[in-house]
Design a protein around this ligand. Structure first.
Ligand code: AKB
Length: 316
C-alpha cells in the first residue's frame, strides 16, 4: 500500500485527485497539503497539513514523520499568472519542484509532477505534436515546465528517483476552478452558460487547444504511477490529450442542451499570445503504447456530465 504526500492539494487537480487517491489507497494513506486550508473534503476526509512548498524542512519532516513513499507535487502557478509574475513563477515553480525532488531523493520516494502543453512553443509542430520534438517555449510557465521535465529526468538518471510526469492539456472540471491558466475559458464557459446563458470568450475564434476532462486526468495519473517501470521509455513527460477544440465548438455543444446560450468575444491579448504559442493538438501515442493511456470523455459526453454536475452544484 502506498503512503502518498500531495502538495497543492486544494488546487484544481488536487481537489479531486486527493479523493481519488484516498478511495484507491485508503484515506489515512494520503496526506494532503496546501499553503492554505478551507472547508472541503480534502481537509476533512483524511490527514491534512499546511505546507508552503518553499519550506523544504517542513516538507521533509512531513514525509519522514508519515513514512511517505510517494510524492505527488502539484503546487505551481499556471501560465497566465506566471506571465504576470515571472520571477515569482520561477521561484515557486522551480524552487518548489527542486525541494520536492530533494525530499524524494533523500527519502527514496516515487515522484509525480505535471508538465503541460505549455512546454511547447511557437517553433514546435502545431498539429499532432510529437512526443519528442522542439521545445522552445516563449512563456515563463513553459520555461518552468521544460526545465521541470529535464530536472525530473536528471533526478532519475543521476539518483535513481522514480520520477514520472504527464504533459497535461487544459483540464476541465466542476469541483475547484483552475485559476490563472490560459485554458480556463473552457471551464468558465460551462458556469456562465448555466448562470447567465451567455459567455464572453477571452480566447479568440479559431484558436484550437488540447483539453481533457478531469476524471481522465486523474485516471492517467494513477495509471502512470502504477505502470511497469521497465516499459517507460518517456518518464517525464508523456503527451496526453482527449480532445482539441476552439471556443465556438464548445459553445455549439452547450447550445445542444441550452438553446438560448450565446457567446461573443473580447480577446485578452496576453492570454491569446500564450495560446497562439501552444500546439493545436498533441499526439498521445507514446502514452498509449508505454502504459495504456486511454481517455473516456470527448467534447460530447464531457458536456453532458459537466452540465449535469454543475446544475446540481450551482442549484440552477
Ligand atoms: C494553463 O492554461 O496554464 C494550464 C495548462 C495547459 O498547463 N491549464
Amino acid at each position: 500500500m502506498k503512503k502518498i504526500l500531495v502538495t497543492g492539494a486544494l488546487g484544481q487537480i488536487g481537489s479531486e485527485l486527493t479523493g481519488k487517491l484516498r478511495a484507491v489507497y485508503g484515506a489515512d494513506n494520503v496526506i494532503a497539503t496546501d499553503i492554505r486550508s478551507n472547508e472541503s473534503d480534502v481537509v476533512f476526509d483524511g490527514p491534512f497539513e499546511i505546507l508552503d512548498v518553499m519550506d523544504d524542512k517542513k516538507m521533509h519532516d512531513i514525509v519522514k514523520r508519515n513514512k511517505v513513499d510517494t510524492i505527488i507535487h502539484l503546487a505551481a502557478l499556471l501560465s497566465a499568472t506566471a506571465e504576470l509574475k515571472p520571477l515569482l513563477a520561477w521561484n515557486l515553480n522551480m524552487g518548489g519542484l527542486v525541494n520536492a525532488l530533494e525530499v524524494a531523493r533523500e527519502e527514496n520516494c516515487q515522484f509525480f509532477t505535471p508538465s503541460s502543453i505549455g512546454a511547447f512553443g511557437p517553433t514546435t509542430p502545431k498539429d499532432h505534436t510529437p512526443q519528442d520534438t522542439i521545445q522552445r517555449p516563449t512563456t515563463m510557465y513553459g520555461v518552468n515546465k521544460v526545465s521541470g521535465e529535464l530536472l525530473c529526468d536528471y533526478y532519475y538518471h543521476k539518483f535513481g528517483v522514480d520520477t514520472r510526469g504527464l504533459r497535461f492539456p487544459g483540464l476541465i472540471s466542476y469541483v475547484a476552478p483552475p485559476g490563472g491558466g490560459t485554458t480556463d475559458y473552457a471551464v468558465e464557459i460551462y458556469y456562465e452558460a448555466l448562470q447567465k446563458q451567455k459567455y464572453t470568450s477571452y480566447i479568440g475564434e479559431g484558436t484550437y487547444m488540447d483539453m481533457m476532462y478531469m476524471p481522465d486526468a486523474l485516471q492517467a495519473i494513477v495509471s502512470l504511477m502504477e505502470a511497469d517501470p521497465a516499459k517507460l521509455i518517456h518518464r517525464n513527460s508523456f503527451n496526453v490529450t482527449a480532445m482539441s477544440f476552439e471556443p465556438e465548438q464548445v459553445a455549439a455543444e452547450i447550445r445542444k442542451h441550452i438553446p438560448a446560450f450565446t457567446m461573443d468575444y473580447q480577446v485578452d491579448p496576453a492570454r491569446q499570445k500564450i495560446a497562439d504559442s501552444w500546439p493545436n493538438s498533441i499526439d498521445p501515442t507514446a502514452a498509449k503504447e508505454e502504459w495504456g493511456f486511454k481517455a473516456e470523455y470527448n467534447l460530447e459526453n464531457m458536456t453532458v456530465d459537466m452540465l449535469e454536475k454543475l446544475k446540481a452544484k450551482l442549484n440552477v
